[in-house]
Design a protein. Structure first.
Length: 174
């Protein structure tokens, strides 16, 4: 599986890192990190290709490259608004536009609250286009006791939406 992952914004970067940390080795990751998300020095792994957010001509900016799914974790409200309006001025927003036009899974994990009416309208618009709007909201039924267990729950739910098999959290009824 080819996965485009963008880490957008300065807060919540740990969620993007957790998403990367638990990915199965067979997933080929193409990572875009915004200027505000300074995580590059902590990343290791042979299956990660790092792209500059300014490189609109990167391989993942083309539908013919064949990205299977795209995730933006966390997703700033600025990035979400640009995607909702069809603005593709960075590699992150271009990759999202490609996912939409190719009708490939696109997951956005908006991280800010409270949510303004404008943000809610943008999320509704994107949801109606088939985008997975999946904020990092813990499911208390999973009985997590630590921050790491809560992160595993969130990452597992995101993987579920993208079709990535996992056993990162206790499922209902198990």
């Amino acid at each position: 599986m080819k996965l485009a992952l963008a880490i957008s914004g300065a807060s919540g970067v740990q969620l993007g890192e957790a998403f990367l940390r638990h990915l199965p080795e067979e997933v080929q990751v193409h990572l875009v990190v915004s200027d505000n998300a300074r995580v590059v020095e902590s990343l290791e792994g042979a299956s990660i290709t790092l792209h500059s957010d300014q490189d609109i001509a990167a391989s993942i900016a083309s539908g013919s490259f064949g990205v299977d799914a795209t995730a933006i974790i966390p997703c700033s409200m600025n990035t979400l608004a640009k995607i909702a309006c069809g603005i593709s001025d960075t590699l992150t927003t271009r990759v999202a536009a490609v996912a939409l036009k190719e009708r490939k899974p696109l997951l956005l994990a908006p991280r800010e609250m409270p949510l303004s009416p404008i943000a809610l309208e943008n999320m509704l618009k994107l949801s109606r286009l088939g985008v997975h709007i999946a904020p990092p909201i813990p499911g208390y039924y999973s009985d997590h006791e630590t921050l790491e267990e809560m992160e595993r729950f969130l990452v597992g739910k995101w993987y579920d939406l993208l079709g990535i098999e996992n056993d990162l959290y206790r499922r209902w009824g198990s």
